[in-house]
Design a protein. Structure first.
Length: 207
C-alpha cells in the first residue's frame, strides 16, 4: 500500500519505517516525553479517560494511510490498522469497544465511519464485542482542526449522548487520530456520566 511491492498489505521494510510512537510517553494521554511520566496537562486537568494507547505519531507515512482510509475510501486499510492495534495492546482489555461516533450528517456524507471499520478487526482479534450504537454524536460540531485546546473543549460541550447500557463497564473508545484529546475526553465524560466504571482509549495515531 506504500511501495507497491508484492506481498502486503505492508511489506516488512515499510512496516518498520512507520512512525511508531516512542515508548517514553505520558501514561495517561500518550504525549511523548523524555521520562515517560504523567505530563503537565494531565496533572493540571485530569481527563475523564484513564489512559490512551497509540501506535504512531501522526506523521508520514502513517498520516497518508489514515487519510486514504477516511477521504479516499480505501477500506482495505481498516483491517490492517485494527490488526496492528490488537497486536500492540497492553494491560487489561475493556468490556466493550466503542468506536468514536460521527454525527449523522457527516456519516451520510462519508458513507462510513472509519472508527467502526477499524474496530471490526480489533474486536475479532481480541474477542471484545463492539457496540457502535451505545454513544451518539448529537451535535454536528465544527471541525476541530486549527482550534486551540480551550476552544476545542468549548466546541464539544454537549456533543455526545450515551446509553445507560454502559453502566458498570470498562469502555474502550477507539478513534483514528488524537490531537489534544478534547474529543476523547468529551466522549469519556459522557460515558462516565452514563455510569461507565472506567474509560480507556485506543488510537491509531497521536498528533
Amino acid at each position: 500500500m506504500l511501495c507497491s511491492s508484492a506481498g502486503g498489505p505492508l511489506c516488512e521494510p515499510c512496516l518498520a519505517d512507520l512512525p511508531w510512537l516512542a515508548k517514553a510517553r505520558c501514561p495517561v494521554c500518550a504525549r511523548p516525553g523524555p521520562a515517560g511520566e504523567t505530563c503537565g496537562h494531565c496533572l493540571k486537568e485530569t481527563p475523564a479517560f484513564a489512559r490512551v494507547q497509540a501506535l504512531f505519531s501522526y506523521g508520514f507515512p502513517a498520516d497518508r494511510l489514515i487519510q486514504r482510509l477516511k477521504y479516499r475510501e480505501h477500506l482495505a486499510l481498516a483491517p490492517l490498522l485494527g490488526e496492528l492495534l490488537a497486536q500492540r495492546l497492553q494491560g487489561e482489555l475493556p468490556d466493550v469497544w466503542l468506536p468514536m461516533p460521527l454525527h449523522a450528517r457527516r456519516l451520510q456524507e462519508r458513507g462510513f465511519n472509519q472508527a467502526v471499520e477499524i474496530v471490526r478487526e480489533l474486536s475479532a482479534r481480541t474477542g471484545v464485542p463492539m457496540q457502535a450504537n451505545w454513544a451518539e454524536r448529537v451535535r454536528d460540531t465544527p471541525p476541530q482542526a486549527g482550534l486551540k485546546r480551550e476552544a476545542r473543549k468549548k466546541n464539544l460541550r454537549g456533543a455526545f449522548s450515551c446509553s445507560g447500557k454502559v453502566a458498570g463497564l470498562h469502555i474502550g473508545i477507539v478513534d483514528d487520530v488524537m490531537t489534544t484529546g478534547s474529543t476523547l475526553d468529551a466522549l469519556a465524560q459522557a460515558l462516565k456520566q452514563a455510569g461507565a466504571k472506567e474509560v480507556s482509549c485506543v488510537v491509531v495515531a497521536r498528533a
